[in-house]
Design a binder for this molecule. Structure first.
Ligand code: HEM
Length: 497
């Protein structure tokens, strides 16, 4: 009974308040089916391959749910404790699924060197991403097609484009932060999230789509983005949750809006110098151009792939700078030293030379990597650290844990941007620092993210001085899929020109 109540609570927490009794019945049925399936699967597996050495399994007295609650509350602490007790490779159960973590650089190599046919990304991500991005792109297509799509986008991210992006992002930032006035206390994460939709749309979608971005469209993006939830990950897509319905409606409306813009571009014969044009003109190896549905899906995917990752990173960077006023002033002095005393408009070459700001961003990505774990489904048995990982395990690597392993990082919890100037053990380990992943699924937005975040923070450092509010440095909010700052209010004062 207690088991049922706990599970019901977890599901209810996950999906929010459900007044709809039909939904409750569906969930109860689903829960029962999953439990039976899970128990028989474990019994079957345990009775078969007795000779193989499986990774150490962290036992739990709660069947099916397993460690979901402890992990959900404090995932990093959970993984660090498990690492101490069991070593770099171990398995445990959550919500009927078995997860095997590969911690540390050596163990992580299995994920990054593997083929997609063996450790598969679509099996774990598609359920979440396909309803949001749409069919025909990313994890809805075979990986070799997605790799081609990634390459098409990457050709659009060249230095000439970055030079335009610096101007666009600076202008958007100045314009957005006018509303902050001369001094006050505001929610930094919320502001940066709003700003980054505008900057990313300017840079990645082009001027037509950016000009349509009003409050209604921002709400559509928010509804679409609501699709990235624990509920969407755990529950079948057909469950009639209001958030799923909103997501699907927003998807259709946004697609319609993008189709009109793509069509107009194609018909006008105008060749704009932007990423939308790159995607319209790109062709697959077989010679076929992307169709409108694929171009629109890519536009949605690119906006959302960079949205939470860049806004959380920018917000955490702000709090690290606010906590260390001396470092903040060094970053401001660097603006003057590199760009000139009178702080002229930013340009790309100077931005590259802002090496202290760059190291602060790198260090932020070490201590607060937005993607806390990367996942793959084992489709074939895998070997790591002498253990056999069976088919069906979800294999995970956690940048957050790798970035602070005791054996690898000195003064591991200190925010020290200068650590990258000196020799450090982490530099000798291939996968000790992996905020953008590695291997065939590696991020293609890294350079763009650096340009965007450095431009935003150069502009903000020139406009304001920042302080923590009464010394409060935000705790990590583990309830969101990307670990955001909790209660992210910052104090600011406009600098005298
Ligand atoms: C601070 C910013 C960002 C961080 C920390 C970040 C992190 C990551 C990570 C860890 C992965 C690997 C996922 C995996 O292996 O499962 C990834 C993949 C990817 N990212 Fe980013 N990302 C950022 C910004 C962006 C931006 C701005 C874009 C696009 C404009 C983007 C597009 C992608 C794409 C297309 C993939 C490929 C996924 C795959 O091949 O499976 N990212 N990112």
């Amino acid at each position: 009974m207690q088991f049922y109540q706990m599970s019901t609570k977890l599901l209810r927490d996950t999906v929010g308040e459900l007044n709809d009794s039909l939904t409750s019945v569906v969930l109860a049925g689903l829960f029962f089916t999953l439990t039976v399936g899970y128990v028989s699967k474990r019994l079957l597996r345990e009775s078969s391959d007795k000779n193989l050495k499986y990774p150490p399994y962290i036992p739990s007295s709660i069947p099916f749910l397993g460690h979901a609650i402890a992990f959900g509350k404090s995932p990093i602490e959970f993984l660090e404790n498990a690492y101490e007790k069991y070593g770099p490779v171990f398995s445990f159960t959550m919500v009927g699924k078995t997860f095997t973590f590969l911690l540390g650089s050596d163990a992580a190599a299995l994920m990054f060197n593997s083929k997609n046919e063996d450790l598969n990304a679509e099996d774990v991500y598609s359920k979440l991403t396909t309803p949001v991005f749409g069919k025909g792109v990313a994890y809805d297509v075979p990986n070799h097609v997605f790799l081609e799509q990634k390459k098409m986008f990457k050709t659009g991210l060249n230095i000439a484009r970055f030079k335009q992006h610096v101007k666009l992002v600076e202008a958007e930032t100045v314009d957005y932060f006018q509303r902050w006035g001369d001094s006050g206390e505001r929610n930094l994460f919320e502001a940066l999230s709003e700003l980054i939709i505008l900057t990313a749309s300017s840079c990645l979608h082009g001027k037509e789509i950016r000009s349509m971005l009003n409050e209604r469209v921002a709400q559509l993006y928010a509804d679409l983005d609501g699709g990235f939830s624990h509920a969407a990950w755990l529950l079948p897509t057909w469950v009639p949750l209001p958030s799923f319905r909103k997501r699907d409606k927003a998807h259709l409306e946004i697609k319609k809006m993008f189709f009109k813009v793509i069509e107009k571009r194609r018909q006008s014969g105008e060749k704009a110098d932007d990423i939308l044009q790159t995607l319209i003109d790109a062709t697959y190896k077989e010679g076929r151009p992307m169709n409108d549905n694929e171009v629109a899906g890519m536009l949605i995917g690119l906006l959302l792939a960079g949205q939470h990752t860049s806004s959380t990173t920018s917000a955490w960077l702000g709090f690290f700078l606010a906590r260390d006023k001396a470092l903040q002033e060094h970053c401001y002095a660097e603006q003057k030293a590199v760009c000139g005393e009178d702080l002229p408009p930013l340009d790309y070459d100077q931005l590259k030379d802002l090496s202290l700001l760059e190291r602060c961003l790198k260090e932020t990505l070490r201590l607060r990597p937005p993607i806390m774990s990367m996942m793959r489904m084992a489709r074939t048995p895998q070997t790591a650290a002498g253990y056999t990982i069976p088919v069906g395990h979800q294999i995970c690597v956690s940048p957050t844990v790798n970035h602070r392993l005791r054996d690898t990082w000195m003064e591991r919890m200190e925010f020290n941007p200068d650590r990258y100037l000196n020799d450090n053990p982490a530099a000798g380990e291939k996968f000790a620092y992996i905020p953008f992943g590695a291997g065939r699924h590696r991020c293609i937005g890294e350079n763009f993210a650096y340009v965007q975040i450095k431009t935003i923070w150069s502009t903000l450092l020139r406009m304001f001085e920042f302080d923590l509010v009464d010394g409060y440095f935000p705790a990590v909010n583990y309830t969101t899929m990307i670990h955001t700052p909790y209660n992210p209010i910052i104090r600011y004062k406009r600098r005298k020109q």
